[in-house]
Design a protein around this ligand. Structure first.
Ligand SMILES: [Zn+2]
Ligand SMILES: [Zn+2]
Ligand SMILES: [Zn+2]
Length: 477
């Protein structure tokens, strides 16, 4: 990190970046990089690992797909190198392309790409704790603006699609599908185009399915198509065979001699009969059979799965530069924050106290961000976060140690202020109102915050914390 920062701010003097070049035999191409980079050549990844070098970029010249696969997957699966730029020329499998940064660029293009990455790297939220799966992915994506995570299609894999990058960055065998679901719930990733939609076995999620028509009565596969007739006189429908008697058509039920097609009888739909149970039907049931777990199921029971490409969301970018955070108002959770239950518990206690000792005053202030969602839709979370952050700072400055803060809904924050009477409350409210105005004086789109204030002398007898909060809320919404 230290070294990289130095590199990105280098002034006048040239610090050469370390380039690691993998190829099974020495390659002349390396020469063109030597003037700008401190180059080292290795034929195997293990040989490189022994040097404990801290490279800035990897290049791979691969004679075979196995060669590029081995080195690429080991780079992406390594705690120190997973997010480094890695370019590959030569043989590379389709799934491995999703792990590389493309073909080897010329030295100048490589140098400017590296400068970009170094700047992004400097902006990435530094964390002392080890980076977990989510952080690794966020960092990888953060260093590659606009990067799209794509699924790879392979007919021989049970589910057809895999996400090689996610598999590599997870560092372990995990359910990538569940991980993606989780990332999308946290809104770290945004859906891009729909790559495919497929039906999958509900038991093992395989897509290797075959479909077969069966008898709806006994589920036998031994069915055959029949040409059938329909008697207009009695409505009987049955196989043509049953109507044939000595070369003429006679209804087996009402014994009418059927002469005229269209007036006595017609040929209805093609029908089927079951050779196991003699059932006669016009449409068989369709069963899906899974080649992987051998189970059979109705087609309606198959699970529809949509395969998307994904991209780092705006919130994901914020998390990359700010560190973990779930939503915009969570900035308020940094100050005197307690979970809602604890807040209610404290409020109940302070209400009882105020009942018993009238000199024990307290106040409450509710902050309701009316148009938070619309603002996010319009300006993006990064800009709204900036606004809210400035405001939260002012709120934080106004709070004293015993004051408590909680959130009830997405866009509502509550402050509980012990030993504060109506005068103190109204001056705090005025201060905050002014702050939010000042902070966005010049902005065309303004974040609107409404306040609900309450001080202990306004309390209703017998009202508990929950009721009080509900009453104040209804004043706002
Ligand atoms: Zn049958
Ligand atoms: Zn008939
Ligand atoms: Zn299955």
């Amino acid at each position: 990190m230290q070294r990289r920062l130095q590199l990105s701010t280098k002034q006048g003097f040239q610090v050469s970046r370390k380039l690691i070049y993998f190829s099974s035999k020495p390659n002349e191409r390396l020469g063109s990089f030597q003037s700008e980079f401190d180059c080292q050549h290795f034929d195997r990844f293990d040989a490189f690992l022994q040097t404990e070098a801290r490279p800035d970029v990897f290049l791979i010249q691969a004679d075979t797909g196995d060669y590029s696969h081995d080195i690429l997957t080991r780079i992406r699966g390594h705690g120190d190198y997973y997010c480094d730029l890695c370019f590959v020329d030569g043989e590379i499998a389709g799934s491995d392309k999703l792990l590389s940064d493309g073909g080897i660029p010329d030295p100048d293009a490589l140098a400017s790409r590296l400068s970009e990455v170094e700047d992004l790297h400097a902006a990435f939220k530094r964390r002392d704790e080890p980076l977990y799966r989510d952080d690794r992915l966020l960092k990888y994506l953060w260093l590659r603006p606009g990067f799209v995570i794509r699924a790879h299609y392979d007919w021989s894999s049970p589910g057809f699609y895999s996400y090689p990058l996610l598999e590599a960055l997870s560092f372990s065998e995990i359910d990538v599908r569940a991980w993606l679901r989780n990332l999308s719930l946290k809104k770290f990733l945004d859906k891009q185009e729909l790559q495919d939609r497929q039906r999958e076995c509900p038991h093992c999620r395989s897509t290797h399915l075959s479909f077969i028509d069966v008898c709806p009565n006994c589920q036998s596969i031994d069915i055959e198509k029949q040409i059938s007739l329909h008697c207009f006189v009695c409505g009987q429908v049955g196989p043509q065979q049953e109507f044939l008697r000595n070369g003429v058509l006679i209804c087996p039920k009402c014994e009418t001699h059927l002469r005229q097609i269209g007036s006595d009888y017609d040929r209805p739909i093609e029908n089927y009969s079951c050779r196991q149970c003699d059932h006669f039907f016009d449409e068989g049931d369709v069963l899906a059979r899974c080649a992987v777990c051998s189970r059979s199921m109705a087609v309606e029971d198959l699970v529809v799965n949509k395969i998307y490409a994904w991209k780092l969301s705006e919130l994901g970018q914020i998390v990359a530069i700010r560190g973990a955070m779930t939503d915009i108002l969570s900035i308020f959770t940094e100050m005197n924050f307690v979970p809602q239950e604890l807040f209610l518990h404290n409020l109940d206690w302070i209400l009882l106290q105020a009942e018993r000792y009238p000199e024990c005053t307290f106040s409450m202030l509710g902050l309701y961000f009316v148009n938070l969602q619309q603002m996010v839709d319009m300006l993006g979370s990064a800009r709204v976060l900036q606004k809210v952050e400035g405001f939260a700072e002012r709120v934080r400055e106004s709070l004293r140690k015993p004051d408590l803060c909680t959130r009830s809904t997405e866009n509502m924050v509550w402050l509980l202020l012990p030993q504060t009477g109506s005068e103190g409350l109204s001056s705090l409210k005025t201060r905050l109102e002014r702050s939010i105005e000042q902070l966005q004086e010049a902005d065309a789109q303004k974040l609107v915050c409404e306040f609900a204030s309450f001080s202990s002398e306004q309390r209703n007898a017998g009202e508990n914390a929950e009721l009080l909060l509900a009453r104040l809320r209804s004043e706002l919404i």
